[in-house]
Ligand binder design. Structure first.
Ligand code: C2O
Length: 453
């Protein structure tokens, strides 16, 4: 089933106010060819579906190749110039006013970025039906073939993907807890878009305002996981925000996050928590268009994808019809050494807190910044856990690089352990931090200890 808007009166008619810096009438015309605005929204597809049409895929590949072949990094029709926007707004200090990560711009800015990139490809390929296909990593735990085929411009990127597939915890799938498993991606359980205070950011869907009085910037729920671990898993360019958008899979990864935002906001109670302040709505995001002009994408136009001209082929977490991935058994002997361990008693009096849903939350506090890109699984063990088993995996966190340094805003990490807390009530359990391999085989696998608590 695809969702397609047949209401052709639902046109998006941007006006001059939307286009400021460099905003000549020519820039408006170049960016917004009026004919294409008035069309029925295009369907953004899962890459697996998209690639079933060889001609469609070939046009996409040819356009990306055309952009990549422009090796001058200043060429506005080039791939590198397009990728530079990400370095500019994502690879700066978490507290930098222009940083769009770690705050409530995260989902919207990336939505605008995919949208601008998609329109560039549409112009270059002259394929007005094009929409950027997403990577459903809940169903496809490895890089899909169309983004991985040797020789394809879509795979032409620096990567260091390990041979394993993505683990459940890296894509936010909580198989250990029926209530969380039902969400598909744990972050979809967030009740609020905007975090009211710094210590709520990690449980919010969209993040905190920027600026905010506390100067608190941190990963919102989906930005932490699955967002970070998938970057690290692909590796190479994707492991560093300064280069991530050079890899065509970047827009496919963020496409899936964008799709999950739509999934989340299908619930009117969720949608109702999205910010309405003018500080939020009147914000605009600048991008460079193909002719070198600056175009401004207004925040208030970024909520309704139909106005933006696209809808998703479906909003289910797992691809309909695809079997739910069965995770390979995770034996301790197969794993990397723990980078941190501590013992807590269940129920958690000092370290645990119940959130507004009466969930039991394990907080790991005072986590020192890791010194390298890393993705870490959080495991709970009881004295009865057999030594060759890793225990219950209650989540993962990651540190991604930004310009070669770790981008690490988080002091406190929180993990929902409601189901495990029931099972382990009264026992002393060990919280073990076990890194996942995020490098192609044979490369370094030792990590410094992570201090916390
Ligand atoms: Cu701005 Cu996934 O990064």
């Amino acid at each position: 089933m695809t969702r397609q808007d047949t209401n052709s009166s639902n046109h998006y008619a941007p006006n001059r106010r939307d286009v400021i810096a460099g905003g000549s009438a020519a820039a408006v015309g170049a960016f917004l060819p009026s004919a294409s605005w008035a069309q029925t929204p295009r369907v953004r597809m899962d890459i697996v579906t998209f690639a079933q049409d060889a001609t469609r895929l070939a046009k996409f590949e040819a356009a990306v190749k055309n952009m990549k072949d422009r090796s001058n990094p200043n060429d506005p029709r080039g791939w590198l110039r397009n990728a530079r926007a990400h370095r500019r707004y994502c690879s700066v200090d978490p507290s930098d006013p222009s940083q769009i990560h770690f705050c409530y711009w995260f989902l919207a800015w990336h939505r605008a970025y995919i949208w601008v990139t998609e329109r560039k490809i549409r112009e270059i390929s002259s394929d007005q039906t094009f929409s950027y296909p997403y990577w459903n990593w809940s169903s496809d735990r490895r890089i899909p073939q169309a983004y991985a085929r040797a020789g394809s411009p879509l795979a032409r990127a620096i990567r260091s993907t390990p041979p394993r597939g993505l683990r459940d915890a890296e894509v936010g799938y909580r198989r250990d807890d029926p209530a969380l498993a039902a969400l598909g991606v744990e972050a979809l359980g967030a009740r609020m878009f905007e975090a009211s205070t710094g210590d709520r950011i990690g449980r919010s869907f969209g993040g905190i305002s920027r600026p905010n009085p506390e100067g608190a910037y941190d990963n919102a729920f989906p930005e932490g996981t699955p967002h970070g671990p998938v970057h690290n898993y692909v590796g190479g360019d994707m492991r560093d925000f300064a280069t991530a958008a050079r890899d065509p899979i970047f827009f496919a990864h963020h496409g899936n996050l964008d799709r999950l935002w739509e999934t989340w906001r299908r619930d009117p109670a969720h949608k109702a928590t999205e910010p309405t302040s003018s500080a939020f709505l009147d914000h605009t995001f600048p991008f460079i268009w193909l002719d070198g002009s600056v175009i401004q994408v207004p925040m208030r136009d970024l909520f309704d994808t139909q106005k933006l001209g696209y809808v998703y082929d479906n909003l289910d977490v797992f691809r309909p019809g695809a079997p739910v991935v069965v995770a390979a058994a995770q034996a301790a002997s197969n794993s990397l050494p723990s980078v941190g361990t501590s013992k807590v008693k269940v129920p958690f009096s000092a370290q645990g807190a119940a959130d507004e849903n009466e969930r039991k939350i394990l907080e790991i506090t005072d986590v020192a910044a890791p010194t390298t890109a890393i993705t870490v699984g959080v495991y709970l063990k009881t004295p009865q856990t057999p030594p060759d088993e890793m225990g219950v995996n209650v989540g993962a966190f990651s540190a991604v690089l930004a310009g070669g340094k770790v981008a690490w805003p988080s002091k406190t990490l929180s993990f929902d352990i409601t189901d495990a807390a029931k099972r382990f009530a009264g026992q002393e359990i060990t919280v073990d931090l076990i890194p996942y391999r995020i490098r192609a085989e044979g490369v370094e696998e030792s990590y410094p200890k992570i201090k916390y608590g």
